[in-house]
Write a protein that binds this ligand. Structure first.
Ligand SMILES: NC(=O)c1ccc[n+]([C@@H]2O[C@H](COP(=O)([O-])OP(=O)(O)OC[C@H]3O[C@@H](n4cnc5c(N)ncnc54)[C@H](OP(=O)(O)O)[C@@H]3O)[C@@H](O)[C@H]2O)c1
Length: 262
């Protein structure tokens, strides 16, 4: 039998488990969305004691996000010959994002003294493994035909992904500059998209994964986009409340996440 067919067939017995992993991710998103309105995840400005062991934040980001890069790279390379050009493009978008997030962002990011709860790292790693696996499974088992390159959903999704990537990477840069110029603490960001919303980095991340879901037109992509919104929207509102409480002069017209609306 052809080696490519054998490689493809190896995924068939996994499909029952993948279905549950995908449905599980939707269920976790609903749970996380409600929970995070009551309890802000205890890292960054919302860090507080009482969440067990902690570790340096920069290394937590690396450990948390690297599994997403490793799973996509590993399975992508193993299945390179069978997945087809559309899946290759989609996997490259994923790899670019997670290369930045796991191997660039942690080394650029501000203070080396900040700490991050190990418990949170553990949950994030499990989520990232689940999420990367269902998405790599989608790219391997359901390669889209080449005509998909000309489909409106693919083109709009790719544009959205790039716009989101630029927005979130630029917003990260604005925050880094603020830290360099403003010292160890927090100050009011006034550059770039921060003029309109308190968390443009989250908005960028949401745009990226909504774009990926659209371009891949898949349940796995949708499960990731839904989780990103469930995780980051409540935190954007918590950040916005925190800014307003911390700085009396915080711009009143600025919204939390969606310019002019929310
Ligand atoms: N896909 C997902 O579900 C997901 C989940 C979480 C995060 N992310 C992404 O990961 C990235 C980091 O997330 P995050 O929650 O740590 O973002 P964040 O709260 O905006 O913080 C980003 C960095 O900027 C610093 N910072 C934030 N506000 C500041 C201010 N007003 N003045 C000076 N420095 C400031 C933070 O320092 P401190 O560490 O000292 O607060 C941190 O180093 C974001 O781009 C986000 O989109 C994605």
């Amino acid at each position: 039998m052809d080696a490519d067919v054998v490689a493809q067939a190896a995924w068939i017995p996994l499909q029952g488990a993948v279905r549950w992993m995908t449905l599980g991710q939707f269920a976790v998103s609903a749970f996380v969305f409600v929970l995070l309105f009551f309890i802000a995840a205890p890292y960054g400005r919302h860090f507080r004691k009482g969440w067990g062991l902690v570790m340096p934040t920069w290394s937590a980001w690396m450990l948390m996000e690297f599994p997403s890069l490793a799973v996509m790279l590993g399975f992508g390379i193993l299945n390179m010959k069978t997945i087809g050009p559309v899946s290759i493009v989609l996997s490259l978008l994923w790899i670019a994002h997670y290369f930045y997030r796991s191997l660039v962002y942690p080394f650029l990011t501000g203070l080396r003294t900040r700490t991050f709860p190990v418990l949170l790292l553990f949950f994030a790693m499990i989520f990232n493994l689940n999420n990367a696996f269902i998405n790599v499974n989608m790219l391997v088992t359901r390669p889209l035909p080449d005509v998909w390159f000309y489909d409106f959903r693919f083109i709009a999704g790719i544009v959205m992904f790039f716009a989101g990537f630029v927005l979130h990477a630029h917003s990260d840069l604005v925050l880094r500059r603020l830290r360099r110029e403003g010292g160890r603490g927090y100050s009011i960001p006034r550059e770039g998209f921060f003029r309109f919303v308190s968390s443009p980095n989250y908005l960028g991340e949401i745009l990226e994964w909504t774009g990926f879901a659209l371009a891949s037109w898949s349940l796995a992509g949708l499960a990731f986009a839904v989780f990103t919104i469930a995780n980051l929207a409540p935190r954007a509102f918590a950040n916005h409340r925190w800014y307003k409480k911390t700085f009396a002069e915080y711009p009143a017209e600025r919204k939390a996440l969606i310019p002019g609306i929310l």
